[in-house]
Ligand binder design. Sequence first.
Ligand SMILES: Nc1ncnc2c1ncn2[C@@H]1O[C@H](COP(=O)(O)OP(=O)(O)OP(=O)(O)O)[C@@H](O)[C@H]1O
Ligand SMILES: [Mg+2]
Length: 417
Amino acid sequence: MSEADKIRVMIVDDVIDTRDQLEKLLFFEKDIEVVAKASNGREAIAFARQYRPQVILMDINMPDMDGIAATEAILTQDPGIQVIIMSVQGETDYIRRAMLAGAREFLIKPISADDLYRSIRHVAKLAAMRPVVAVAGGAAAGAATDGKPSVDGQIFAVFSPKGGVGVSSIAANLAIAIRQQTNKKVALVDGNVIFGDLSVILNLRADKTIVDVAARIEGLDRDLLNDVMATHPTQVKVLLAPPDPQRGEMVTADHIRAILEVLRQEYDYVVVDTPASFQDRSLAALDMAQRIVTLMTLEMHCIRNVKLFLEVADLLSYPSEKVMLVLNKATNRTGIRADEVEKHLQRKLALQIGDAAQDMTLAINQGAPIVMAKPNHQVAKDIMNLARELVAKASKEATAESGAKSRSLFGGLIPRR
Ligand SMILES: Nc1ncnc2c1ncn2[C@@H]1O[C@H](COP(=O)(O)OP(=O)(O)OP(=O)(O)O)[C@@H](O)[C@H]1O
Ligand SMILES: [Mg+2]
């Protein structure tokens, strides 16, 4: 590999041992070259100008100028640089501040060699794919998709920035509801490659899983997916997660991206059960989705995380209509009202799904999601409404888009007066 093809990396950390360890780890990687090492934020800014790295490994806590301030300054200078933040702490506040500053990835110390290589190669690839958007007001590079569908199929990511609010249950029910309403081709993907539970929720055997696709990613096509996906009795096709967490680790964000691309060409609707994190696998699904069904409950810590997610969504240049806020387990017994939440978030809730109490779990334990087991239950009806709303919005957008296309064609044919 020639010098020019290597990924140019700068290491920024105030601890000399950490800098040296990272450099050693990178030394034998043929496609990576460490071009500079800096010991604080100020030095990092100067070296970034001088050595022109493509990727910066940036520590957060440093004397003089910290990693977040340095990231902000460097990206204002050169928005094309990809910053990977390294931190000993995994708190959302650090993640939020680093994201707002424009960082692309996070590594929690101690950093494994594999994670390090994967992150560097991943962000370098992102840099090559993503058109660079100016860092106005601290905004980072925009997604190549910019939330716009490029092909026919619609991807709906069901997501929550807080775990346990019902993402997997709603994703499974939603996929079935869409299938029942439209009779079109519907796929459901378990994006929780580490702790996926759609096989339990839908009572399906995980003989083959997303790991089998990742292992044969070069041969990825509809036949491979057909071979691996399980078929639910409703004819929803399900790409399951492996039963053992270790095997899930081999599925990368790039795999998720490639899989979703093929699925959206094959299916009319693709529902993704997206993990509750801002790590790159989740972001891959969120980037590619036409709509993010963002679930929340009436609990303080969930509301706080949703507020943070809305900021991140903004930062990623997601159009506001891409993020659809949905209240799950809605009840008036938590001491917080839905209208208060709307006021606090300055966003309207698109829909509310009631609290089914034990009925949701009962349905799961019996292997039939609530939309099938109890279609007359209020919560089943709420999920049906969600499906209807998503499908209606998707077809309205498709009509508007084809209208715009034919108008521009027609416009081209009319002679100017
Ligand atoms: N509308 C609802 N009413 C009552 N219970 C619900 C509702 N939605 C989900 N649940 C219950 O909440 C619990 C968590 O649901 P689920 O596993 O789907 O959440 P999750 O967000 O996917 O969690 P994780 O972050 O662990 O993946 C389950 O017991 C489920 O039955
Ligand atoms: Mg889940």
